[in-house]
Ligand binder design. Structure first.
Ligand code: GLN
Length: 450
């Protein structure tokens, strides 16, 4: 059924970059056979799953939505992918994304934009628009994404699905092509809080291959998702994440969601996090700085594309040509910004200052979590915008992550849950933020609001 759905919708929505129907069917038959033989399998065994195209897979190309890696097949599986396979999930294919996960609309992909299943003239969010649209259009019940500044949550919000950014270090980054290493975090995309919880339980937990991995057991997230009780939960509404610049329908759905939490027993208070105002500008120094360093490995020598290799040009010329042809406009913009911010004499002024702002954001969270168990806000200021509407204006594009970036800066747990539709029928999301390692609280709230 999933493969038929993909065949029907993928030509218009451009969600999957690669699908291996035969391999998926064979994997599914293998699970059936093991079950028939009496083997006890986990709760997600046999469930089809989509994987964002920046996770290494030995049986599918891994392009990161870039010409630079067009056709590249990695020699190993990412930990997330290996855990999906071990738990018996069936990997159907790889999903489209903004180039190297830079973007909020999946329009910077070398392979063309993904369209939002709710309205194909609109964006599905980004950078993980493919994974969110795959779940929203019923091509697969589950998908995995990566969230550096909102790339799981914002696509979740604008496609009416659940997207979770686990605590930094909660899900291994090993085999996830690095973008901004201090912010990148893999996580689940699903249609319900329970589905996402079950998936996080499969992909999460300690991995010695990731130096940031937290060596603690994964909590019972599925139990939290089904608890249906918020008695005594202290919920903080963040003053700075609302008001001017937010669409009225987004604010209306947000207020209704908060009322729902109150009705389920939560105590709601307002909290101020003044440093959140500086999260976006600080992110756009830290992220390009780390990205420019990580993308330096794509030099035409080791992976993917090699341009101008005619046996006459120097290595430097080949590198220059490869980068010129291999990277798109947004990648080049950020490599230039990041390289500038890290250059000798500027480090303290830019990267150093941004790191100080990051500490202030962390301090705001710490203070807020002294009086609140979770914080809430809209996930993104607007509903899905139209394809092409923001491509000429990077600042307008960056604004889509205004509410999601603070959690990446602090490394805490954060999620988006469906919170109803705007008056023109487009999904709105509720963002829930919890302290590090308290991911279960996200699911407890999500199970009630969705
Ligand atoms: N939209 C943000 C950016 O372009 C976030 C990307 C992400 O989370 N991968 O950097």
């Amino acid at each position: 059924a999933c493969l038929a759905r993909i065949e029907e919708l993928n030509p218009t929505l451009n969600v999957f970059l690669s699908v291996d129907a035969e391999a998926a069917l064979e994997a599914a038959r293998g699970i059936d056979a093991r079950r028939a033989a009496g083997e006890q399998l986990g709760p997600l065994a046999g469930i089809p799953v989509g994987v964002k195209d920046n996770f290494c897979t030995t049986d599918h190309p891994t392009t990161c939505g870039s010409r630079m890696l067009d056709g590249w097949i990695p020699p190993y599986d990412a930990t997330v992918v290996a855990r999906l396979r071990d738990a018996g999930l069936v990997i159907v294919g790889k999903t489209n994304m903004d180039e190297f996960a830079m973007g909020s609309s999946t329009e910077t992909s070398f392979f063309g934009p993904t369209r939002n299943p709710w309205d194909p003239d609109r964006i599905p969010g980004g950078s993980g628009g493919g994974s969110a649209a795959a779940v929203a259009s019923f091509m697969v019940p589950l998908a995995v994404g990566s969230d550096t500044g909102g790339s799981i949550r914002q696509p979740g919000s604008v496609t009416g699905t659940v997207g979770v950014k686990p605590t930094y270090g909660g899900v291994s980054r090993y085999g996830l092509v690095a973008m901004a290493s201090s912010l990148d975090q893999p996580g689940p995309c699903a249609r319900t809080a329970l589905d996402a919880a079950l998936l996080q339980q499969v992909i999460g937990g300690y991995d010695g291959h990731d130096s940031a991995s937290i060596n603690r057991p994964v909590a019972d997230l599925a139990a939290a998702a089904t608890a249906q009780d918020l008695a005594g939960l202290r919920v903080g509404v963040v003053t700075e994440l609302g008001g001017e610049g937010y669409e009225p329908d987004v604010l209306a759905r947000f207020t209704e969601a908060v009322d729902l939490l109150r009705a389920a027993g939560a105590e709601v208070v307002e909290v101020s996090c003044p440093a959140f105002r500086y999260a976006l500008p600080a992110y756009y120094l830290i992220q390009p700085a780390e990205l420019s360093s990580n993308l330096a490995r794509f030099d035409g020598m080791r992976y993917g594309l090699r341009a101008g290799d005619d046996g006459v040009r120097s290595a430097e010329e080949v590198m220059n040509l490869t980068r010129d042809e291999g990277f798109g406009k947004e990648a080049k913009r950020r490599i230039i910004i990041g390289t500038y911010a890290l250059s000798a004499g500027y480090y303290d002024a830019y990267y150093g200052s941004a790191q100080k702002v990051r500490s202030l954001i962390q301090a705001d969270f710490d203070r807020a979590f002294e009086s609140c168990d979770v914080l809430v806000s809209p996930t993104t200021p607007t509903v899905a915008f139209r394809i092409g509407e923001r491509t000429a204006d990077p600042m307008a594009m960056y604004m889509a992550d205004l509410c999601t970036i603070p959690s990446n800066m602090a490394g805490n747990a954060s999620a988006s849950f469906p919170a109803g539709l705007s008056s023109d029928g487009l999904p709105v999301g509720l963002q829930v933020m919890a302290p590090p390692m308290e991911d279960a609280r996200l699911y407890r709230v999500g199970g009630v609001v969705e």
